[in-house]
Design a protein around this ligand. Structure first.
Ligand SMILES: [Zn+2]
Ligand SMILES: [Zn+2]
Ligand SMILES: [Zn+2]
Ligand SMILES: [Zn+2]
Length: 346
């Protein structure tokens, strides 16, 4: 049996045990546990990412009791536990998404499609962007944007075009991009596309005025957006960006990014990027991932505890002896996440 002293020093989030209270306090200072972390539906253990939750449930070294229940009525896509096998079956119909709808997919292949005017005042605050790159430079390894797509929350295409890079293309990467010289020959240049996208994202707001809440500027979803935006020469504030490559719950336990192809397979339940890749399909996958994360039901919907940052978490305002007198639950209550949970967008 666990001694009372031992239980006192057990982290209320990840259940790690510490010999001394000050070690638990130290652990809490650096763990940034919160209600926004992925959580086991059976034992309520908090995990840093869905990957570590998956390991906790399925292996290679799962927790036996949780694994048993998960095998019976756990969803292998969102990792939630359902009430019964029947409930799981109907849940899977909604959770396992079909590959993107064919019509929009074909439209994206038409060339230039510009529907931005219809979004001028209307809602649709969240948009997803994806690019396809061809190769420049002597060895073709320099990424040049040759195709870009923007969609709304409902997977409608807002804007699609091929792009003519400023530098000569030395490798079209045809096997994955499907792009041939004639497709970009008369396409708009990077500058023109940059202006278009920049204006559309800011939506009439000056860049320096853009605030995460209450403004007209749009929330931008994508995968590896730093790279896409750099290739397009678009500037956009980090507070408006939701990047599925950099969102801690969707990253590997090693804290490296997962590929979008992997995320689509694991968390949406379908294959993308088989053969020639379509930016529309990438947009849809990132948007669907974003929405799954956004509509998670977390307890702490209101951000009553300020977000912790790298150098200063909110434990700094407490003295060590005050912290050491708290119970593990109390410590968890004052702990804040060090990333912005997307559920706070809803
Ligand atoms: Zn912990
Ligand atoms: Zn959350
Ligand atoms: Zn568990
Ligand atoms: Zn599910």
């Amino acid at each position: 049996m666990e001694s009372a002293e031992h239980l006192r020093n057990k982290c209320a989030a990840c259940y790690r045990q510490f010999n001394r209270m000050e070690h638990l306090v130290e652990h809490m200072r650096t763990s940034y546990h919160s209600d926004h972390e992925p959580m086991c539906g059976i034992c309520r253990k908090h995990c840093r990412s869905f990957e570590s939750l998956r390991e906790h449930l399925i292996g290679p070294l799962p927790k036996a009791e949780c694994e048993r229940i998960f095998k019976e009525r756990g969803c292998h896509i969102c990792l939630n536990i359902l009430g019964s096998r029947n409930a799981l079956r109907s849940h899977l119909n909604a959770c396992q998404l079909p590959r993107t709808n064919g019509l929009a997919y074909r439209m994206a292949n038409l060339g230039i499609y510009d529907n931005t005017r219809n979004y001028e005042n209307a809602g649709g605050r969240v948009v997803a962007l994806a690019c396809k790159m061809v190769g420049g430079g002597s060895d073709g390894s320099l990424d040049l944007c040759a195709r870009v797509c923007l969609i709304d929350e409902y997977e409608n295409i807002i804007f699609h075009t091929y792009v003519k890079p400023q530098l000569p293309v030395t490798h079209f990467r045809y096997e994955t991009t499907g792009i041939r010289p004639e497709m970009i020959m008369d396409a708009p240049g990077v500058r023109q596309v940059q202006r278009k996208i920049q204006e559309f994202l800011c939506n009439g707001e000056a860049m320096w005025k853009i605030r995460p809440k209450g403004g007209k500027a749009r929330i931008l979803v994508g995968h590896g957006l730093d790279h896409d935006l750099r290739c397009l020469e678009v500037d956009y504030p980090g507070t408006m960006i939701r990047d599925t490559a950099k969102y801690p719950p969707l990253m590997k336990t090693s804290k490296l990014s997962n590929s979008l192809k992997y995320l689509a397979k694991a968390y949406l339940g379908y294959e993308i990027q088989t053969g020639i890749q379509d930016p529309y399909e990438d947009c849809v996958a990132t948007m669907r991932l974003y929405k799954k994360m956004k509509y998670q039901s977390h307890n702490n919907k209101v951000e009553d505890i300020p977000l912790a940052t790298e150098n200063r978490n909110n434990f700094a305002s407490w003295r060590s002896n005050e912290l050491e007198r708290m119970s593990p639950d109390e410590l968890l209550r004052i702990s804040a996440s060090d990333y912005y949970c997307w559920c706070l967008d809803s």
